[in-house]
Design a protein around this ligand. Structure first.
Ligand code: ZN
Length: 173
């Protein structure tokens, strides 16, 4: 297994729409293992392949508390097949937008159909934090970031901040 570099704002690749996975082969499984290791190391509760610069519809999630041990979920080609009308608000963050947190309103429950790491179709109904994490990560596969769900004023402020940081880092090297 290997740690993969996580790309961050304003990297334009975060806006790519990821491609579906045609076959879950050894290479895809290896990528999912590396993504899990990268996510645990960060640490984070979810990671989409595009965040490690791979534009494919793959994500990993683990919302288990550390004391309960790892409970990873590997998700390929996910599709939200149902979402509740009831919404709930969570404070979200993103490994590609480090140290920025903001409240986001999303459907409280979702049903997601996907392929697991063995290529079997699975359906998962989630609420609470898992529902939020799934929607956040599936957004990544469509080039959407959680800051797209907040006010334009706040989004422009965070974009400016990260663009400035990127420019400063570029001139330092
Ligand atoms: Zn994210």
């Amino acid at each position: 297994m290997a740690l993969l570099p996580i790309i961050s704002l304003p990297d334009p690749r975060l806006r790519l729409v990821s491609e579906p996975v045609a076959e879950i082969d050894a290479q895809v499984r290896r990528l999912m293992e590396d993504m899990l290791e990268t996510m645990y190391d960060a640490p984070g509760i979810g990671l989409a392949a595009i965040q490690v610069a791979v534009p494919r519809r793959i994500l990993v999630i683990d919302i288990a508390k550390p004391e309960d041990g790892p409970k990873p979920i590997c998700v390929v080609n996910p599709e939200i097949v149902w979402a509740s009308d009831v919404l709930s608000v969570y404070e979200e963050g993103c490994l590609s937008i480090p140290e920025y947190y903001e409240e986001v309103e999303r459907p409280d429950r979702v049903r997601v159909r996907y392929l697991d790491k063995d290529g079997k179709t699975q359906e998962l109904e989630a609420d609470g934090l898992l529902a939020t994490a799934l929607q956040h990560e599936i957004d990544h596969l469509n080039g959407v970031l959680f800051i797209d769900h907040i006010s334009r004023l706040k989004r422009e402020r965070v974009m400016r901040k990260f663009t400035k940081v990127a420019r400063r880092t570029a001139t330092e090297v």
